[in-house]
Design a protein around this ligand. Sequence first.
Ligand SMILES: NC(=O)c1ccc[n+]([C@@H]2O[C@H](COP(=O)([O-])OP(=O)(O)OC[C@H]3O[C@@H](n4cnc5c(N)ncnc54)[C@H](O)[C@@H]3O)[C@@H](O)[C@H]2O)c1
Ligand SMILES: O=C(O)CC[C@@H](O)C(=O)O
Length: 523
Amino acid sequence: MNKVLIPTKLSDVAANTLKTAGYEVIQDADTPLDVQAASHPDTVALIVRSEKVTPEIMDSLPSLKLVIRAGAGYDNIDIVYARKKNVDVMNTPGANSNAVAEEVMAMILAYYRHLVQADTTTRAGLWEKKKYMGSELTKKTVGIIGLGNIGRNLVKRLQGFEPTLLGYDHFLARQRALNIGVTPTSIEDIFSQCDIITLHVPGGPSTHHMVNAELISRMKDGAVLINCSRYGVVDEEALAAAKAAGKTIGYLTDVHPKDAAGEKPSAAVADLLLPHLGANTREANTKAAKRAAEQMVAYFSDGDTSCVVNGESPNGLNPAHLQLAFLLAALARKAGGNKPIRRVECTFYGNLRVFRKWFTAPILEGLLPHAEKGLMPPAAEESLREHGIVFKAREPKDDKPYEDSITLDVVMEDEGEYFNTSVRGVVTEGIPMVSRLNNFNGLYADLRGTTIFLHYKDRPGIIATIGSALYSNGINIDNIAAPADHSTQEALAVLKTNKPVSDELLNKIAGEIDAITAFSLDV
Ligand SMILES: NC(=O)c1ccc[n+]([C@@H]2O[C@H](COP(=O)([O-])OP(=O)(O)OC[C@H]3O[C@@H](n4cnc5c(N)ncnc54)[C@H](O)[C@@H]3O)[C@@H](O)[C@H]2O)c1
Ligand SMILES: O=C(O)CC[C@@H](O)C(=O)O
């Protein structure tokens, strides 16, 4: 029987789920992990929160196969050493993102309205109404650094306050940020322009002192910096120096070098100091516990490695195929005019068939840019269902001699009528390529970046007209394909450009060539 240690305060839904699935579970939040490890050397898996999983802990557990961080950040686990020991490490992406987003809202409002101090002084019998003149969050400019699960959730929570939202995330495509209502902006401009700047990047060497003296010097007087990410992301000495030199900026923080009682290094510089409360809601704790247990069962029973953070990708699955699924879904959505999606049917050919459930999340993200990202397959399916979309993975037909490739059929609704958009793609030389859009075959287009699509009645001279319109607007064509469908005498021009094409220019070109449809894809 697989033995699992849960050396942390975590909803008992994790232990109960695992016990029902036949695991032996030891849950003890009071005994240090090294002591528990020494008592249970036959442990095969751990579920932790902020407890440190060091090389020594892993060495003391020779049967250890899996460590799950019930939460987002896994900088408390030595993932490089874990890989060397062939131990997989997972987190539970998105499980606590709403809790942190709500915490940020609470921190901003508490700080702007002096709630903590006002409560203390009013209880003490004082009446300091004049002193506690506040500020309003409404219509402020907010900069979000890190637009992952928390950053994107925060965007939704802030929206009612009519903000100007600026964002910086080195992995998020420009168009995807725009789609969620955030203007992609350099980190320098965010620090110069924002009233509120909030950090949602992981901790660790790549973000250590990301907020340095130079960025702090750019902050406007009266601006607020919020750190609910990790201690170390902000150079607090530089911040203290700037404040001492007379800069009036607020600093609200939830994070510390160690989660424990005792003196806090940020106490002098912080205007609001919390004991790592971000994920500390019943809802988030239960969700993270449930996810951790489900992920563990799926790992040991089905070999599901989709949430592993210290491996390359699910064993045997080329990440370019996941990107292909995302691109095909995004293309189908745009080709169908962003109409409400009612049904998606997919076929995964060749070796992709065994990985089919892993494509649900990228398909969800391509179809619905606002959906939560990085979901586990069952959660991604549930999300599609919640959005009213029927999702079906078809068995590939043996008579179709396709190699590893994906077909998506997306049914959308337009004024009570249903229509289908069908797309197909393959990975060639490591690059995801769309090979077919509806009845236009032989595209083999690399859609990463900006691509425009113009569907028209086939006749000579059209490509020249499109090329010359782009040229006169300073836009270069990086690649082009223009397959014709002789049965309908229609053609589809697919042009990859070196920069985005404005709607205005695209509509102008569409008018000039009398296009049947025209759209651009920016991913
Ligand atoms: N205070 C708390 O209780 C609490 C709770 C949950 C998470 N966190 C912290 O918040 C972090 C973010 O959580 P999440 O769930 O949003 O994670 P996530 O992985 O969904 O998002 C992180 C985002 O940061 C971006 N990013 C990474 N490095 C970057 C860099 N150098 N520059 C710009 N962008 C960068 C990534 O592209 C990603 O989009 C966690 O890693 C954790 O450290 C804190
Ligand atoms: O478990 C917690 O309470 C904190 C979790 C949080 O920092 C995370 O990274 O998920």
